[in-house]
Ligand binder design. Structure first.
Ligand code: URA
Length: 238
């Protein structure tokens, strides 16, 4: 038996918080009875109906997608822009694991496994994400120290796990920086650079945990192997 909001979120229907909201609004029934108590427990064998939709238990699907710039990583966009799920052929309702900005490219996981999603995006599980940031000027090499010792974002000290200047071109006024972070704050990398006085001209996520973009071109995707999924679970549960 598990809490109803957890079953709904793990099913991939929506986030746990949204599930709690739906329960409190009387939008969820278990075996024909409306439930509004957040402490209610249920079983996956119960008939659970959320906003008129019966929870089904589809096969779990895990996709590694090379997101191009210029698409949104939510499942629908109020401005009608193209979303990542528009580019993936599947019968399942998949959700991105965290987000990349509209103008950020790179590795994005999508899945209907809500449990794994929650584990991977929780900052306490410290899943590392590696980015390549292009800066529109020649930076002071001191940025490595500054970003590694931490800058204040949303009132909290936020450190990079690793920072490396890959190329510093004083003539062309450009720098390429590799940066590894383990949190997923909104616009985190761009804001970390902003805090130290630099503008990120373009951003690409090259790695998520041990996964990279090898073998994929922008806009392409592949399914994760069973072994890769197992490793992600073991990393997140550590
Ligand atoms: N940091 C950002 O600023 N943007 C992203 O898309 C990802 C990390």
């Amino acid at each position: 038996m598990e809490r109803l909001q957890k079953i709904i979120a793990n099913n991939g229907y929506c986030s746990r918080r949204k599930a709690e909201e739906l329960i409190e609004k009387g939008k969820v029934s278990v075996n024909g009875e409306i439930v509004t108590n957040l402490g209610t427990k249920a079983n996956v064998s119960d008939t659970i109906i959320v906003e008129g939709n019966k929870l089904e238990y589809p096969n779990k699907e895990y996709i590694l997608f090379y997101k191009p710039r210029g698409i949104v990583s939510t499942t629908n966009d109020e401005k009608g822009r193209k979303t990542v799920v528009d580019l993936i052929e599947t019968e399942n309702r998949l959700y991105p694991v965290g987000r990349l900005d509209y103008d950020t490219s790179g590795l994005l996981l999508l899945t209907n496994d809500g449990e794994l999603t929650n584990l991977l995006i929780h900052p306490k599980n410290e899943i590392q994400k590696q980015y390549i940031a292009k800066i529109d000027t020649a930076v002071n090499p001191q940025i490595v120290k500054k970003l590694s010792s931490g800058v204040i974002i949303d009132g909290k000290k936020t450190k990079a796990d690793r920072v490396k200047i890959k190329k510093l071109d004083r003539r062309k006024n450009k720098t390429i920086v590799e940066i590894v972070i383990h949190e997923g704050k909104y616009h985190q990398v761009k804001r970390m650079f902003e805090e130290i006085g630099y503008n990120v001209e373009s951003l690409k996520r090259e790695r998520f945990a041990f996964l990279d973009l090898k073998g994929l071109n922008s806009g392409e995707y592949r399914h994760l192997t069973t072994k890769e999924v197992k490793i992600l679970y073991s990393l997140a549960k550590k």
